[in-house]
Design a protein around this ligand. Structure first.
Ligand SMILES: [Zn+2]
Length: 157
């Protein structure tokens, strides 16, 4: 089994860039990157001085207790959505030390056997271990310090 990293949909990024509301019904906030803001669409750090949109994002289809909404950054300018190839780590993951990961069922509930802080070099292996639980449908990678949604991992096949 192999894994792939799934960035936020291009439709969301384009909607925000074109004046659409975020998951709280508010307009995303314009900021200037200090060089450390990770874009959840291209999964690269946004270069210092570049425009950033900060908005609330819900990485779930359903509504319920587990359907957390939280802050994410995206490039204000158009960027290319990250495409997973051969399980290679996205730049925003590879350039950091550790992340919080946790598995979810197909009906988008946390699987409480799965949550852990992992070193980046161990992340693919730990993700495969989590996917060994058949009821885990996808995994979230979240900031270890702030728990912000970073990207999602799916089974590649
Ligand atoms: Zn971007």
């Amino acid at each position: 089994m192999s894994i792939k990293f799934t960035a936020i949909p291009t439709e969301i990024a384009n909607s925000w860039r074109n004046g659409g509301a975020d998951a709280q019904g508010l307009l995303p906030e314009h900021r200037i990157s200090d060089g450390s803001a990770p874009c959840r669409h291209c999964l690269k750090n946004i270069h210092e001085g570049k425009g950033v949109l900060l908005g609330a994002y819900k990485p779930f289809q359903s509504t319920g207790a587990f359907s957390e909404i939280g802050p994410i950054f995206i490039c204000e300018d158009n960027c290319q959505r990250f495409e997973s190839e051969n399980g290679a780590l996205p730049p925003v993951i590879a350039e950091r030390e550790q992340f919080l990961i946790r598995g979810y069922s197909a009906d988008e509930k946390i699987d409480y056997r799965t949550g852990q802080i992992v070193k980046v070099k161990e992340l693919p292996e730990q993700a495969e271990k989590i996917f060994a639980y058949q009821n885990v449908a996808f995994i979230h990678i979240r900031s270890a310090a702030y728990s912000c949604f970073t990207t999602r991992i799916d089974r590649a096949n």
